[in-house]
Design a protein around this ligand. Structure first.
Ligand code: RFL
Ligand code: PHB
Length: 390
């Protein structure tokens, strides 16, 4: 097979890139190691920045998102048993959209299928070759047969554990990492959300988050220790722990029910530099990870895709240097999102080694945030998504 761009991974980064390139007349194939059902079964992000919403529209897949997604004008921070609202609309005149990653993925897969574009699912032993030159190749196995894709470019959209970053010579790559000493235990349930907006709670028992997917489906998280296991938590134990971390009103209003999904995610900050190696480009979680506290992971994947799609379109229109700025453009925005996610994680969680001084500083920072329009505006500006610097 020969295409202009071979995309590795059918997460939101790969699917969005595939759709945008197709719309621009650039041929592509997506090669995914898992099945379609497995990819759709992963419960992940829930908050889309306006820039991500715009990109879904640009890709021609925004219809269901606008019909079913929930626009949120603000969020709430809860500490010392009281909730404080951060009004995004008033502070920065922007909003966010609540629409699950599962739905984003489904809409993109449906559009891809409707256009008859190829996605190879359950491709085994995917490998990338010759990306130091103009004729890179991707190989994979399926049903015992080895296949080869020849292309102009490879887009490494294969997530944190993917093969693309791992195939780059180690001396060409610099990585930066912070692993946090806790995880998030999350549950999904068909119960109405406790509040119409998200609630981020700082509590002495640990962080908690009340999120949602729709008026009838909720997503809740509690900070847990790294050696904890989801199987150790009955639904009842989860609801009881969550209630302890909420303010009185939210605890009283919480409607509980059986969980549909329960899992633990570790928290990590990670950046690999650069994002381009000859004709191989990394995008999304393949290049960077943020802790979920700022809701930035999927949005950052979308912003990489925006830069890569624009650069590839410019390249095929004859701009010889269009792809040269990809890495630096992405990294400038990536590091700002890394900073925000690290900051919000530091602000909202209990760290085992904080000490009394650190605790007092965290309390002062929360009080400053809700008492100062300047501080609240900074949070709002980052949460809704910083502008793209083209
Ligand atoms: P993905 O979604 O991991 O997709 C990568 C795809 O590549 C495939 N793959 C391979 N394919 C072929 N060959 C190989 N060798 C391969 N290796 C891997 C994988 O099977 C997969 O299908 O990466 P992508 O597209 O870059 O998207 C990134 C987002 O998924 C991620 O950043 C977000 O989910 C992070 N995240 C959140 N982001 C937000 O913007 N807002 C949120 O509210 C939010 N909440 C979250 C989150 C992530 C979470 N977890 C579990 C990590 C909440 C959680 C709990
Ligand atoms: C989610 O709904 O899964 C979610 C929302 C906000 C976050 C993280 C996760 O900051």
């Amino acid at each position: 097979m020969r295409v202009q761009v071979a995309i590795i991974g059918s997460g939101p980064a790969g699917l969005l890139l595939g759709q945008l390139l197709y719309k621009a007349g650039i041929s592509n194939v997506i090669i995914e190691q898992r099945s379609k059902e497995y990819v759709l079964g992963r419960i992940r992000a829930g908050v889309l920045e306006q820039g991500t919403v715009d990109l879904m529209d640009e890709a021609g897949v925004g219809q269901r998102m606008h019909a079913e997604g929930l626009v949120h004008d603000g969020t709430e921070l809860c500490f010392k048993g009281e909730r404080h609202r951060i009004d995004f609309k008033k502070l920065v005149n922007k909003t966010v959209m609540i629409y699950g990653q599962t739905e984003v993925t489904r809409d993109l897969m449906d559009a891809r299928e409707a256009e008859g574009l190829t996605t190879v699912y359950e491709a085994h032993n995917v490998s990338v070759h010759d990306f130091d030159g103009a004729h890179p190749k991707v190989r994979y196995e399926q049903d015992g047969v080895t296949h080869e894709v020849q292309c102009d470019f490879i887009a490494g959209c294969d997530g944190f554990h993917g093969v693309c970053r791992a195939s780059v010579p180690q001396d060409a790559l610099r990585t930066y990492e912070r692993v946090y000493p806790f995880g998030w235990l999350g549950i999904l349930s068909d119960t109405p959300p406790v509040s119409h907006e998200l609630i981020y709670c700082n509590h002495e028992r640990g962080f908690a988050l009340c999120s949602q997917r729709s008026p009838t489906r909720s997503r809740y998280y509690v900070q847990c220790s790294l050696d904890d296991k989801a199987e150790n938590w009955s639904d009842e134990a989860f609801w009881a722990e969550l209630r302890l971390r909420l303010d009185e009103e939210a605890a009283a209003n919480l409607i509980t029910g059986p969980s549909i999904e329960k899992s633990i995610a570790p928290l990590r900050s990670f950046v690999a530099e650069p994002l381009r190696f000859g004709t191989l480009f990394l995008a999304g979680d393949a290049a960077h990870i943020v802790p979920p506290t700022g809701a930035k992971g999927l949005n950052l994947a979308a912003s990489d895709v925006r830069f890569l799609w624009q650069a590839m379109v410019d390249h095929y229109r004859g701009n010889q240097v269009a792809l040269e700025h990809y890495s630096e453009r992405c990294l400038s925005r990536i590091w700002k999102a890394e900073r925000f996610s690290w900051w919000m994680t530091s602000l909202m969680h209990r760290f085992p080694d904080t000490g009394e001084f650190g605790q007092k500083i965290q309390e002062a920072e929360l009080a400053y945030l809700v008492g100062s329009t300047a501080a609240a505006t900074s949070l709002a500006e980052n949460y809704v998504g910083l502008p793209f610097q083209d």
